[in-house]
Design a protein around this ligand. Structure first.
Ligand code: FE
Length: 133
């Protein structure tokens, strides 16, 4: 007989604006300036690196680039780029950085190198067992 009351509790409380609760819970990668990828050639604009060929200083956001800026590889316009999120920031939350023996501080690409490097070393180790007589 309590079914209707339970269902009412499951409905999300819409009195609080959702944007405010979300902004407090942003990961480091969501707070960092996003990189943009060229849909035509795959070139990635990373704000921390800038663009040497186009005389764009490091630290310039993609949204701050002038509208006549072109892809340094294939020459398409800014509108052909898509937001792929921050590539050079840890993916977790700031309060979790000190856990995980320092691995939480690594960026996703650094974690990939760690994981697949360890797998490769393990594979080489097992192959080396053939050297035993
Ligand atoms: Fe391009």
């Amino acid at each position: 007989m309590n079914e209707p009351a339970k269902k009412e509790q499951l409905v999300p409380d819409e009195s609080q604006p959702q944007e405010q609760t979300l902004s407090k819970e942003k990961t480091l990668a969501e707070q960092a300036p996003p990189s943009y990828e060229c849909r035509s050639c795959g070139y990635t604009y990373v704000p921390s690196k800038g663009d040497n060929q186009g005389n764009v200083a490091a630290g310039t956001l993609f949204t701050e680039l002038s509208n006549d800026w072109r892809c340094p590889v294939c020459g398409v316009r800014k509108t052909q780029f898509i937001n792929i999120g921050a590539q050079d920031a840890p993916s977790g939350f700031a309060e979790n950085l000190d856990y995980g023996l320092g691995i939480n501080r690594l960026t996703p690409s650094q974690k990939n190198i760690l994981i697949f490097g360890a797998l490769g070393l393990g594979f080489i180790f097992f192959l080396s067992l053939y050297g035993l007589n």
